[in-house]
Write a protein that binds this ligand. Structure first.
Ligand code: B1M
Length: 215
């Protein structure tokens, strides 16, 4: 198959939620010589964007979104080794989680992979993470960086709630906080007192690294 065809097959496979075939489609795209970054952005993230548009238009419902997400997760399993470096000593620790009330984790998982690829040890607290869980994990793991992800306009405010709770608990100054997720902006990050915002997983890894470099 031509490289472009493998990308189209992968795109359609995610759109149709072919969770058993998605991993093979990613492998076929790799075998055709496509770069992992191209496969991720043009094949997989682009398909999820269309899934979101179809949901907004009322053509897809939650079950369709869910199986598309499962297909994406299966495909990411194949890409993971290409995005994550191995055999290097960790340069720092990063804590990661999707904020309370929010179940979206694909973007957060990608951020985790890119952070690992950048040399961080990643402690992923998962989804629906309460402010207290973040605080407890800071006390347990002493990370240099903490990342919060939110995909819903209704859960974005939990980022501020978490930062405020961290301040009250006396742990805010011990860690650099970065935020991201589709509805999150740099202006919002500044407004809630986060140390930084990243628009995508690659930028998140670069930002996290920059936090380790004293200026
Ligand atoms: Co939901 N959902 N969803 N959903 N879902 C969205 C977010 C939505 C935009 C769809 C739409 O209407 N177009 C919409 C939100 C609207 C809004 O808030 N304004 C929406 C809705 C409404 C909902 C429900 C409320 C639906 C319902 O029940 N009626 C519900 C809420 C559940 C909850 O969380 N409490 C819901 C449920 C779900 C599923 C569970 C079915 C599933 C998630 C499965 C999973 O994650 N395991 C799902 C999905 C798949 C989506 C869409 C289609 C795709 C999200 C995704 O994975 N994108 C999404 C539409 C869309 O985003 N276009 C949608 C791919 C991923 C790689 O991108 O997560 O943006 P993203 O991550 C990017 C960047 O944002 C960034 O890096 C990544 C790229 O490199 N990034 C960070 C992310 N986190 C970061 C953190 C950082 C830095 C960068 O630093 C720490």
């Amino acid at each position: 198959m031509q490289p472009e065809e493998t990308l189209d097959t992968l795109y359609e496979g995610i759109l149709d939620g072919e969770m058993n075939a998605a991993a093979d489609y990613v492998q076929a795209a790799l075998d055709a010589g496509l770069e992992p970054d191209t496969i991720l952005k043009e094949g997989m993230i682009a398909a999820m964007t269309e899934v979101g548009e179809l949901f907004e238009e009322g053509e897809y419902f939650v079950p369709e979104m869910l199986i598309a997400a499962k297909a994406m997760q299966a495909g990411l399993g194949v890409l993971r080794p290409y995005l994550v470096a191995s055999g290097v000593d960790p340069i720092g620790k990063a804590l990661l989680g999707t904020v309370q009330g929010d179940m979206h984790d694909i973007g957060k998982n990608l951020v985790g992979m890119m952070l690992e690829g950048a040399g961080f040890e990643v402690i992923d607290l998962g989804i629906d993470v309460s402010p207290q869980t973040f605080i407890d994990a800071i006390n347990t793991h002493n990370p240099q960086v903490m990342g919060m992800s939110a995909l819903l306009t209704t859960t974005m405010p939990k980022m501020k709630v978490t930062i405020d709770a961290m301040r009250d608990a006396g742990v805010l100054d011990s860690v650099k906080v970065m935020v991201g997720g589709a509805p999150v902006t740099a202006a919002f990050a500044q407004e809630i007192g986060a140390d930084g915002f990243a628009a995508d997983a690659g930028q998140a890894a670069a930002l996290a690294k920059s936090f380790l470099t004293p200026v």
